[in-house]
Write a protein that binds this ligand. Structure first.
Ligand SMILES: C[S@@+](CC[C@H](N)C(=O)[O-])C[C@H]1O[C@@H](n2cnc3c(N)ncnc32)[C@H](O)[C@@H]1O
Length: 286
């Protein structure tokens, strides 16, 4: 989750970033979801230009590079240490020719208009507001380009006070799936499909490593009361999800810059490992 930089003290941010920068991902998501989305992007060229907005340390960027072996990927994030970590990973894995990490603000990305075949963003567009973000993405995509993004959405009304307070702080304008679909349509995109992230996408690469790391940091900050209080606060997020995940979720949305007519597909069934969505010849390793 994001937090309002202005409302919390510097010590909070020091420990927040120490925790988050060390995780494989900074939000929910996993490789299966990346593969599932790519299978919906049936007309991607064999060497697509891809932009990953709000890439974090690049959890999904690396999946994209693996699953789209011809792709050239620009990975942009506003937080410098995330990009430094991704640069180091890219160098170690010999991917410097294919992944270009860059520091930037997605609100003003300073990238050539209409220069991408696929704009990707997991858990990040909401930082500048979905409507504004869709407008930015639209300007960056070439004709027929695909947009794939996740966004947090409510599943039920009347959330418990703890859940409401958390999202009031982090994402006060959060809506339901239908609100995002309306925004997609209003922004001139054609919906290709959408699906709810499975439970393991919250835990395997995000909350489980987060809980392990919080324990390590509790050891590191042994008698530092202030640090321990911040860690207690950060530990509330996975604990809240364990209790109340039926109130909110992450949804993956896939849209395109053309009116696809009959090609358009609205897919909201659980992920599966067979059938046409896993038959895209451009995707490796399915
Ligand atoms: C919830 S994290 C998701 C990171 C990554 N996509 C993932 O799923 O692991 C949101 C990311 O958006 C980045 N971010 C926030 N505002 C941004 C902005 N205006 N421009 C670029 N990146 C931004 C944050 O630094 C953070 O890395």
């Amino acid at each position: 989750m994001g937090y309002d930089m202005n409302e919390l003290p510097p010590r909070f941010w020091q420990i927040f970033f120490e925790l988050y920068e060390s995780l494989p991902r900074q939000g929910p998501g996993n490789r299966d979801c990346v593969a599932r989305v790519l299978a919906l992007c049936r007309d991607l060229p064999s060497a697509p230009t891809v932009l990953d907005l709000g890439c974090g340390v690049g959890g999904q960027t690396l999946c994209l590079a693996e699953l789209l072996p011809g792709a050239i990927i620009t990975a942009l994030d506003i937080h410098v240490p995330n990009i430094e970590r991704l640069r180091a990973t890219v160098a170690v894995r010999g991917l410097a020719e294919r992944i270009q990490p860059m520091v930037g603000d997605m609100a003003e990305p300073r990238l050539s208009p209409a220069s991408f075949d696929l704009v990707w963003s997991e858990g990040a567009l909401y930082n500048i507001g979905i409507e504004k973000a869709l407008h930015v993405c639209r300007g960056l995509l070439g004709a027929g380009g695909y947009l794939a993004f996740t966004d947090a959405v409510w599943l039920r009304d009347n959330p418990p006070p703890e859940v409401k307070a958390s999202f009031d702080l982090d994402y006060p304008t959060m809506g339901r799936v239908s609100d995002v679909l309306t925004a997609i349509e209003r922004s001139g995109f054609s919906l290709i499909g959408h699906f709810t992230l499975p439970d393991e996408a919250w835990w395997d690469d995000f909350y489980s490593p987060m809980e392990v790391r919080i324990e390590e940091l509790r050891g590191k900050y042994g008698d530092d009361e202030e640090a321990l209080a911040v860690l207690d606060q950060l530990a509330q997020e996975p604990a809240m999800h364990r209790r109340y995940s039926d109130y909110y979720t992450y949804e993956f949305f896939v849209a395109r810059l053309v009116n696809l007519g009959e090609i358009g597909e609205c897919d909201s069934t659980p992920p599966r490992k067979c059938g046409p969505i896993f038959d895209n010849p451009l995707i490796e390793g399915l």
